[in-house]
Design a protein around this ligand. Structure first.
Ligand SMILES: [Zn+2]
Length: 144
């Protein structure tokens, strides 16, 4: 998925959580960072062993990132929100043709879908996520 769609979907998740408990608004940055973290491999791909959709897009990276966060902050809520963000990233990327090799480097088996990153459906998911976020937050404040 495109960066815009990942951000829009993270906003949707944050808005949904906000509806369930407005205090969770304070944790929006956690979801945003975790939803974008796997694509750090794009920024670091000039380093020889780092490849996009491989190095940071697998279950081992996810477990290590969640464990590291748990060690650093030892907060169940922050860790849960971080996990939601990073899992949502993997699930959304799994909908694309390139997919995600969840078990890399142990296996090149991948989960992939029909969507093209940056394609129409990708953009529509991003737009729908954004509209849903606006609705969720707006209806909470009785704007709609
Ligand atoms: Zn990704």
């Amino acid at each position: 998925m495109s960066k815009k769609t990942h951000i829009a979907f993270a906003l949707f998740l944050s808005s949904y959580l906000f509806r369930s408990d407005p205090k969770l608004l304070l944790f929006i940055p956690v979801i945003f960072v975790s939803a974008m973290l796997p694509d750090l491999d794009l920024a670091l791909r000039s380093i020889p062993f780092i490849e996009h959709r491989k190095t940071f897009h697998n279950i081992w990276f996810m477990i290590a990132a969640i464990a590291l966060l748990w060690i650093l902050v030892h907060d169940p809520l922050v860790t849960r929100l971080f996990s939601i963000g990073i899992i949502s990233h993997f699930l959304m990327d799994s909908l694309t043709k390139k997919g995600v090799m969840w078990l890399y480097p142990l296996s090149n088996w991948r989960i992939s879908g029909p969507l093209r990153t940056g394609g129409l459906i990708d953009s529509l998911i991003g737009a729908a996520s954004l509209l849903a976020s606006i609705y969720l937050v707006g209806s909470y404040f009785a704007v709609f």
